[in-house]
Design a protein around this ligand. Structure first.
Ligand code: FAD
Length: 497
């Protein structure tokens, strides 16, 4: 007989976080658990969150999602990176691509060789040595079983939640429609015992997953876990989002266009474009933000602009008692590098790995919390980098960012890069060496030192190696279909019904 102590899982909330968690748990542990998800159509979801990173593909493989089926169902397009406009200086532009740049060796990464060649005028832009970046610039795309191209997706958040809901219900998840009115706690230890809905229905569970978005109904509303505020380093706190008609073929990358108090995103889907203006309300009023957004979109607006307020930081304990928070209830880092959906996916994967079959104890929660804190911390540092390394002094917002003190963990990385040209990816880090390098250089970090590996080659050898690499990439990109052509034959979604 099984002595499994946790069998009844209750997921509160059915946005992207709720349905990702439901889909992952039901796919991997379904036969061992009874899973109920409660959501309220009346409250709705945050409705944004439409750009992802390449780990999305890994997650889909893990839960058995077919790429073409998913892309058709969510009007998805391919994403090869993010173009940052006006970040270091007005007029600047660089792409943080998902690709590998050049060829690195165990001794040193490619950008050291490039740096040496650049000093002798032998090298062109670093991006010329990255296949994904060149494909993005050319608006080209193709993928196949054997293709090494690294990519992510742009997707419709509402359609994605519906897609995952269908998968989850097929795998046995019970969905309950209704508004949670009350959360009941056990008198002995304060663990959550049941959710009571407005209808009076009572839903009991052993483990509760709080996916109620910024409301954080269980983790904060009930357990008052506390919040660690990171807004001193990431000062934006508001966003207006609006959807528009597509007026050009979808580019295979996200645009992040800085303005004087934040930045604006543009995310191309098959059937429309997602836009949003992210800003700090200390430096820009809501009215100005809305006007600015509407003045800088292309195509007819399809929705009214919607204001979203947020606080940057994290819940002090992501897992507290028998409540695990996921998604916006666990904390929020602004969407500059599209990391929130990734954080939900990694959290769901971690919950599967650390599932408390033998009962909920402080040790299991502590392990989960340590790992989650590390994920958030390193993404936080990478985001701060974009703001800190700016030369903009055209507004109080950018002066504040440029002059702010930053976490030691990030300062050490910047110093190491400036002094020696080294970037690194520690074992549990999300961002690759090439990500750090592209953003540091894109933000105009002044690099003094570099590894001398490149000096082992003669000038002629270095020149020829770089030219060969560049022309191979250019000729491969030239043979690719356009992004639009590839979507049309691989995953066309058709007009929304
Ligand atoms: P929500 O979508 O808010 O869902 C909450 C759920 O809880 C809903 O189903 C609601 O009905 C339910 N609920 C709440 N209270 C109750 C109640 N009392 N009773 C019953 N049900 C209840 N992420 C990315 O990865 N890429 C991006 O490009 C990106 N852009 C973003 C831009 C902005 C401006 C913001 C704010 C976020 C962005 N994100 C992005 C984050 C992403 O939107 C979220 O991580 C994701 O949508 C998960 O949200 P959620 O499910 O936690 O919350």
């Amino acid at each position: 007989m099984s002595d499994q102590k946790v069998t009844k899982v209750v997921i509160a909330g059915g946005g992207t976080a709720g349905w990702i968690t439901a889909a992952a748990l039901s796919k991997q542990l379904g036969p061992l658990l009874s899973i109920t998800l409660v959501e309220s159509d009346q409250i709705g979801t945050v409705g944004v969150g439409e750009a992802t990173i390449p780990t999305h593909r890994t997650f889909h493989r893990l839960i058995g999602v077919d790429e073409q089926e998913f892309m058709k169902a969510t009007q998805a397009t391919f994403k090869l990176g993010i173009a940052f406009e006006n970040w270091a200086r007005i007029g600047d532009r660089y792409i943080h691509s998902f690709g590998q740049i050049g060829r690195s060796t165990w001794m040193a990464d490619f950008h050291h060789v490039w740096r040496r060649a650049q000093a002798e005028d032998l090298a062109t832009d670093l991006g010329d040595y990255c296949f994904e970046l060149q494909a993005a610039e050319a608006g080209k795309f193709a993928t196949s079983e054997k293709s090494p191209i690294n990519y992510a997706y742009h997707l419709d958040a509402t359609l994605y939640a519906q897609f995952l809901r269908k998968k989850s219900e097929e795998a046995g998840v019970r969905r309950v429609e209704g508004r949670i009115d009350r959360v009941e706690q056990r008198s002995t230890d304060g663990h959550v015992e049941a959710l009571v809905l407005q209808s009076g229905e009572r839903i009991e569970g052993d483990l509760f997953i709080d996916c109620t978005g910024f409301r954080a109904l269980l983790i904060e509303g009930t357990l008052q876990t506390g919040f660690e505020d990171w807004s001193e380093w990431l000062p934006t706190n508001s966003a207006f989002a609006v959807q528009t008609e597509a007026v050009e073929p979808a580019r295979p990358y996200t645009r992040a266009m800085a303005h004087d108090a934040g930045w604006q995103w543009r995310i191309p889907l098959q059937h429309r474009v997602g836009n949003g203006l992210v800003y700090c309300s200390e430096y820009l009023s809501d009215d100005e933000a809305q006007t600015r957004l509407l003045g800088n979109v292309e195509g007819r607006t399809l929705t009214d602009p919607r204001l979203i307020r947020y606080q940057t930081g994290r819940r002090k304990k992501i897992w507290n008692k028998n409540v695990v928070s996921m998604g916006l209830s666990s904390g929020f880092l602004e969407p500059l590098e599209s990391t929130s959906i990734h954080l939900i996916q990694i959290a769901a994967t971690r919950l599967i790995q650390l599932f408390p079959f033998s009962g909920i104890t402080p040790a299991i929660a502590a392990r989960y919390n340590d790992q989650s804190a590390n994920d958030l911390r390193q993404i936080r540092d990478f985001l701060i980098l974009h703001y800190k390394l700016t030369e903009r002094d055209d507004s109080p917002f950018w002066r504040r960012c440029r002059d702010m003190s930053i976490p030691d963990t990030l300062q050490e990385r910047i110093d190491l890069f400036r002094e020696h040209g080294h970037a690194y990816q520690a074992p549990d880090d999300l961002f690759r060496v090439d990500s750090w390098v592209q953003v540091m250089l894109g933000q105009r970090a002044r690099v003094e030192g570099y590894h001398r590996m490149g000096h082992m080659m003669s000038t002629a050898q270095a020149k020829s190696a770089l030219e060969t690499m560049r022309s191979n990439i250019a000729s491969t990109v030239a043979k690719l279909p356009t992004h639009a052509e590839f979507i049309a034959r691989y995953c066309a979604a058709g007009k929304p019904g």
